[in-house]
Design a protein around this ligand. Structure first.
Ligand SMILES: *Cc1c(COP(=O)(O)O)cnc(C)c1O
Length: 372
């Protein structure tokens, strides 16, 4: 029986606390960067890129300004633009679709399955003669159905741009996300599983040709110091960010394991009162978010708040129903699975610094809500 005798405070995430752990190491690396006087790209960035490629099992990785830039520059490199359509998930963070609109192409949505990832059958139905690419999102840190998606892409000659922003270290049948498609796009935003002290992103690829194209694309389309091959802009990773990330790279597998431990604890304690995510055979999910579902979502969120527990909704408004998407022709009812999930989903705290006692407390509060 769960009775709550004392209210505890459980934040959704605590980035200040997270950076206590290896603070001296970060500061030492930052000091080295200051002393070196080298602030953009350079050795720290190259080391990070090499190690990141190895982490994902991809041949190449390129440090960029953000995950959104990785998506945008991938489409620039593929020559995607006005008149082209790109299929993605409506329940993602909006950058999966805004990047398509920003390149001048049209985002087309395919609804999702119970695991929040894009449904390959819905992709098939969304394909038109104008379709150029698919952006599957490994949402919540769970790998999308890459085998089916790659087969569809091959059949229709489409590029596959993996949105890996929430899924660093996730694998499917032992293979890292970001190494399946033509490119993988990662975010290093402070709220992501591998995070910089500001904005950052990475693009991974196995193609030498794409690699060289993105290297130029992140640096004004310059072939060398003076010759510009194509118009592009500036999306380079800072040396200081890379220096800090190189420290974090040493611990990323360990902290990912901790996320999975917390997820397993939630799964074992909550499956009888809410629906919890399920791990399928072959999946190594990294739980960027831990999303439960209940018909009483709003009440439960309020109850948790009253008992000191912060939760979030990822995301309260599906992309196809955003004002910015009003010209795309979608309405309420267009994406039934996404729209029904949106009323029921609740993200519980799952950051690696949570203690087991805190996780048990969150579970106790949830049980006490359903008993009451
Ligand atoms: C965070 C995120 C992005 C954007 O990454 P930024 O680095 O913030 O630009 C794209 N797609 C998904 C699924 C994300 O979660």
């Amino acid at each position: 029986m769960a009775t709550i005798t004392q209210i505890q405070r459980v934040p959704y995430i605590d980035l200040g606390l997270q950076h206590q752990a290896h603070k001296a190491e970060y500061l030492a690396e930052i000091e080295k960067v200051l002393d070196s006087g080298w602030f953009i790209l350079g050795e720290n960035v190259s080391k990070f890129e090499q190690d990141f490629a190895d982490l994902c099992g991809a041949k190449y990785a390129i440090g960029l300004n953000s995950g959104t830039d990785a998506l945008f520059l991938a489409m620039l490199a593929f020559g995607i633009g006005p008149g082209d359509e790109v299929i993605t998930a409506p329940n993602s963070y909006l950058a999966s679709a805004s990047s398509v609109a920003l390149i001048g192409a049209t985002p087309v949505f395919a609804d999702v399955r119970d695991d929040y990832n894009i449904d390959p059958e819905a992709i098939r139905k969304a394909i038109t003669p104008n379709t150029k690419a698919i952006i599957p999102v490994h949402l919540t840190g769970r790998p999308a159905a890459m085998k089916e998606i790659l087969a569809i892409a091959q059949e229709h000659n489409l590029k596959v741009i993996e949105d890996c922003a929430q899924a660093v270290c996730a694998t499917l049948d032992g293979q890292g996300v970001g190494s399946f498609g033509d490119v993988g796009c990662f975010s290093l935003h402070p709220l992501k599983n591998l995070n910089a002290l500001g904005d950052g992103g990475v693009l991974t690829t196995n193609s030498e040709e794409i690699y060289h194209r993105i290297l130029k694309a992140r640096n004004h389309g310059l072939r060398n110091r003076n010759e510009c091959e194509f118009w592009s802009y500036n999306s380079r990773l800072d040396a200081m960010q890379a220096a800090v990330l190189n420290v974090k790279m040493k611990y990323i597998k360990k902290v990912t394991e901790r996320r999975r431990e917390i997820a397993a604890l939630y799964q074992s304690r909550l499956a009888d009162v809410v629906s919890v995510p399920k791990d399928q055979e072959g999946e190594y999910a990294v739980y960027h978010t831990f999303i439960v579902q209940t018909d009483r979502r709003n009440e439960l969120q309020d109850y948790l708040k009253e008992h000191g527990v912060d939760t979030k909704i990822h995301y309260p408004i599906p992309i196809h129903l955003q004002e910015a998407a009003s010209n795309l022709g979608y309405q309420v009812g267009s994406m039934p699975a996404t729209e029904s999930q949106v009323e029921r989903i609740l993200s519980l705290p799952v950051f690696p610094e949570l203690t087991d006692a805190q996780v048990h407390y969150v579970c106790d509060v949830i049980h006490s809500f359903f008993q009451g």
